[in-house]
Design a protein around this ligand. Structure first.
Ligand code: FRU
Length: 462
């Protein structure tokens, strides 16, 4: 067995299987991360919502299973809201209910519908609503509701998918219990797989509070950019009824293989939009030989919209809270469990810049800038096991920048690259032979060194 986790930085449950993040919400000073979880085994099944909380998005504390599957239904992916105005009547104005909106999946796979559960004790214990399901089209594929309070309409807005039809549907409700259909989006963009786990949210453009655009994330499996699971996004406008995309061509959220089913938190203060994805791919998620747990999340990332070369793009960066965990400065050859590598890379000489990260058990991976293809890349060919997969994942620069910034979070189990202001992201799992707890970096021989570089150790617990 490999010690695949090693890092307290990427959330994994203590034991057993995990996939999608669910019910991401901030309430009373705590970030809640619920997740698709099999409480009994290290494989997918008995799907229930696991639960963890954090005060800073980095240091997570796992709590008991929140919403458990029952004799008839599994608890599939969904979201959570705090019902501050007690529209549902589940709580009171003094103690509002946290309400989970999830997909009730019948164990014989014959039926999926949207259902509610509520908690009056900050997500610790939950009651399934006796009137479930609350949105039922009598379909066997209809899932992954993301609910938020829509200020445009002063109502609850649900974004949910018809996976086989490659459609996102929007519904509105005043009380979380009765839902009215508003419109559908799709099929457009990438359609070679089931659409799953949608999320619609507003963001300011370039931080300008007078310019709002809406982002629609849609996970797709298979049919992702690198094969298997992937997430596409569209930018457009929301008029309270319909999402109108500026462009219906797919943008990829991530150019690596291991960032799926990601969604954003509700109710984060200061209008921050924080995203977490499941750091795996359905193509091989079950084959990863980790024990006694299986599945990790990406680092929480703050999403923004930035204008670049006249086009609005989604940008992702590790949340600023990570800075509190940065330790000593390192130079080539120093070892640490996790590293943050920040560099500025020059493209004008037409030369490649490569970093090599070597684990203490000897295997290594590379990432950097490939001048020939004008791409940022990760090459994990020497940091993988026998599981079939592609190994080189790259993202082409879209502009003609003379230099660009790169931030890489690397360890022995994963690499997360945020380049060109976070507009190009690559997330890949790694598999290094033997027990590797620490890594070191060097600038690969024969290539151009970066313009500037700063490397820090990341200490998961302070
Ligand atoms: C995405 C997904 C969701 C579903 C859940 C089941 O990874 O397939 O569509 O709700 O996982 O665990």
């Amino acid at each position: 067995m490999s010690s695949h986790s090693g890092s307290g930085l990427h959330f994994s449950p203590e034991r057993n299987w995990m996939n999608d993040p669910n019910g991401l919400i901030f309430y009373k000073g705590k970030y809640h991360l619920f997740f698709q979880h099999n409480p009994f085994e290290n494989v997918w099944g008995n799907m229930s919502w696991g639960h963890a909380v954090s005060e800073d998005l980095i240091n997570w504390n796992e709590l008991p299973v929140a919403i458990a599957c029952d004799d008839s239904h599994a608890i599939f992916s969904g979201s959570a809201v705090v019902d501050y105005f007690n529209t549902s009547g589940f709580g009171t104005l003094e103690n509002p209910a946290m309400v989970a909106i999830y997909t009730a999946h019948k164990h014989d796979d014959s039926h999926q519908a949207q259902a509610l559960a509520y908690s009056l004790d900050e997500g610790l214990t939950w009651v399934k609503y006796e009137g479930n399901p609350v949105l039922d089209l009598q379909l066997n594929h209809f899932r992954d509701p993301k609910v938020m309070w829509d200020r445009t309409t002063e109502a609850w807005l649900m974004t949910v998918v018809l996976p086989k039809e490659r459609k996102v549907s929007f519904y509105s409700s005043k009380d979380l219990k009765n839902w009215a259909h508003l419109s559908d989006f799709g099929p457009v963009g990438a359609t070679d797989g089931d659409w799953e786990c949608p999320d619609l949210f507003p963001l300011f453009v370039d931080g300008d509070e007078s310019r709002t655009k809406w982002v629609l994330l849609i996970s797709i499996n298979p049919g992702g950019l690198t094969g298997g699971s992937g997430t596409q996004y569209f930018i457009g406008d929301w008029n309270g009824k319909e999402f109108i995309a500026d462009d219906v061509r797919t943008n990829w959220l991530d150019y690596g293989r291991d960032n799926y089913a990601g969604v954003t938190f509700n109710d984060v203060p200061n209008q921050r939009r924080v995203f977490i994805g499941w750091m795996s791919n359905w193509e091989y998620a079950h084959s990863f030989p980790t024990s006694p747990w299986r599945g990790a999340m990406t680092l929480p990332r703050e999403l923004t919209l930035i204008t670049k070369d006249g086009k609005i793009s989604l940008a992702a960066k590790p949340v600023a809270e990570l800075e509190n965990y940065l330790g000593e400065k390192l130079t080539a050859g120093n070892k640490a469990e996790l590293l943050q590598i920040m560099a500025t890379i020059s493209t004008s000489e037409g030369l490649s810049t490569k970093f090599r990260v070597t684990a203490d058990a000897g295997s290594y991976f590379e990432f950097g800038y490939d001048a020939k293809s004008k791409s940022i890349f990760v090459d994990r060919s020497n940091a993988w096991n026998e599981i079939p997969s592609t190994h080189i994942h790259c993202a082409r620069l879209t502009g003609d920048e003379k230099t660009f910034d790169i931030c890489a979070i690397v360890g022995s189990a994963s690499v997360e690259i945020f380049a060109v202001g976070g507009t190009l992201v690559i997330t890949d799992l790694l598999f290094l032979s033997g027990v590797s707890r620490s890594v070191s970096f060097e600038i690969a021989e024969g290539c151009q060194p970066p313009r500037s570089i700063a490397v820090r150790a990341i200490a998961p617990r302070r």
